[in-house]
Design a protein around this ligand. Structure first.
Ligand code: RB5
Length: 143
């Protein structure tokens, strides 16, 4: 499974730690940066990850900015992207079961590595339930 990762200066440390963890677990990771604390603009990294998914270079995306808010808003501008800002284990599970989320987003300034690791593993191992949720996702795509 291929994960596309991206972050701004507020999220790169958590993104880098999660990317290393994913590689140790056997995932392939496309690292779209950023890789330093120099100030950058989160929409650029949201776009890179969204395009990796929509153009089928990656199966899922991981995005981190300071709060997780801006980078998930930016990713969700792309039709077919369902980016979920996850702040607890239930959101990680439900974003997959009900929303078929294809990007998980974290707030790097508010999320510990230990929590993010657990929530990311839940996200990646939880299947979409389909059924009535499929209809709702189609309605999102038709807005
Ligand atoms: C950057 O300072 C910060 O605004 C950004 O990382 C993010 O929190 C935006 O939503």
């Amino acid at each position: 499974m291929i994960i596309s990762a991206g972050a701004d200066h507020g999220g790169f440390e958590l993104k880098d730690k999660l990317a290393a963890m994913l590689r140790e677990e056997g995932y392939e990771v496309i690292d779209n940066g950023t890789n330093s604390p120099d100030s950058v603009d989160y929409p650029d990294f949201a776009q890179a990850v969204a395009r990796d998914i929509l153009e089928k270079r990656a199966d899922f995306g991981l995005l981190v900015c300071g709060s997780g808010i801006g980078i998930s808003i930016a990713a969700n501008r792309f039709k077919g992207i369902r980016a979920a800002l996850v702040t607890n284990p239930d959101y990680a599970r439900l974003s997959r079961q009900h929303n078929n989320a294809n990007i998980i987003a974290f707030g790097g300034r508010f999320t510990s590595f230990e929590d993010a690791e657990k929530w990311l593993k839940i996200f990646l191992s939880t299947p979409f339930e389909g059924g009535r949720h499929e209809r709702r996702i189609e309605k999102i795509d038709n807005i």
